[in-house]
Design a protein around this ligand. Structure first.
Ligand SMILES: [Fe+2]
Length: 317
């Protein structure tokens, strides 16, 4: 039987202040100016917060529902172009992976942590802060937000990939070299990669030496964070120390719409057609989205998917 967890927030304690300073601040308006346009580095005050010490994270992992949507972990060496499945076939338990993270060359991603009774209240406040700083352009587009906690070994690589979610990577412990690529440049992320990704291939992004010259490289320290626009490719090399980071993610309405065009284009390309990229014609994008919705609905009737598990989600106020 588990003891009742203690919430992180006590009366009269502001979870967004640490040592009297705000955990997040935006004196220059960077969040609104760069929102989903380009990566940038920001400062935060979560460094050294005991909620993110390894013992606390082991306890957090025990509180997560025993469902694969709540935790991903991978053991052993990976390289830049490896898929997410690498290192999952035979692996330590989730708790043993976190306890041994100093030596087992692993990464752990704990998901939906904003719903946790202990750490969740702080993470929900942070989810709200990024929206507040970015303004209506973000608030009006967000469907749901989620906080992931990433724990990874010294010198571990996170393979090259991009995500469908808008992201703020908040480095709490350790340092890393973070390589980000421009999501608006076709040389750095191609339509074929995006079409594959939005058709169900999460490792569709392909790294190449020629791309590396275009990377923006951040020497990220604990106490700093990076904004990563939707589908901006990135890969990470940890420093010689344990890394703990938050990945604050948001699903956007605009991306869900664009994903339908990529999904349809993937099928058109397989038929030998060279489809136009989304974003060139609002009318064409609308027609493609409607066609994709119809086709996906038809596929769902022919081959019903199991209902997704349900849990509480965070949405902007
Ligand atoms: Fe990512």
């Amino acid at each position: 039987m588990h003891a009742t967890p203690t919430p992180a927030t006590a009366p009269n304690h502001d979870p967004l202040r640490q040592n009297g300073r705000p955990v997040l601040n935006d004196p220059n308006g960077d969040f609104a100016r760069h929102y989903n346009r380009q990566s940038f580095c920001f400062e935060h005050g979560l460094k050294g917060n005991p909620l993110f010490e390894l013992d606390s994270l082991v306890e957090l992992s025990k509180r997560l529902p025993a469902h694969p949507d709540f935790a991903y972990w991978s053991n052993g060496r990976v390289s830049i172009n490896d898929p997410w499945e690498k290192g999952m076939a035979e692996r330590y338990s989730l708790q043993d992976t976190i306890r041994g993270i100093a030596d087992n060359n692993s990464i752990v991603i704990m998901k939906h942590t904003e719903q946790d009774p202990v750490i969740g209240p702080v993470l929900q406040e942070i989810l709200s802060k990024f929206v507040e700083y970015s303004g209506a352009q973000m608030r009006d587009d967000v469907i749901v937000g989620e906080s992931l906690i990433l724990v990874s070994s010294p010198n571990r690589i996170t393979p090259y990939h991009f995500d469908a979610e808008l992201n703020y990577l908040v480095q709490v412990t350790g340092d890393k070299t973070f390589h980000v690529f421009d999501h608006t440049k076709a040389q750095q992320v191609t339509d074929e990669e995006l079409e594959g990704y939005f058709s169900g291939a999460p490792s569709a992004a392909r790294y190449g030496e020629a791309k590396q010259a275009h990377a923006t490289v951040y020497d990220l320290k604990a106490g700093q964070g990076i904004h990563i626009p939707v589908t901006a490719p990135h890969w990470v090399q940890n420093g010689d120390n344990i890394s703990v980071a938050l990945s604050i993610n948001y699903e956007l309405k605009s991306v869900a719409q664009r994903a339908k065009s990529y999904w349809l284009n993937h099928r058109l390309r397989k038929l030998g057609i060279n489809p136009s990229s989304p974003g060139r014609s609002a009318m064409l994008d609308g027609m493609k989205a409607a066609s994709a919705t119809s086709l996906q609905g038809l596929r769902g009737l022919l081959k019903p998917a199991p209902p997704p598990p349900t849990w509480q989600v965070w949405t902007p106020r």
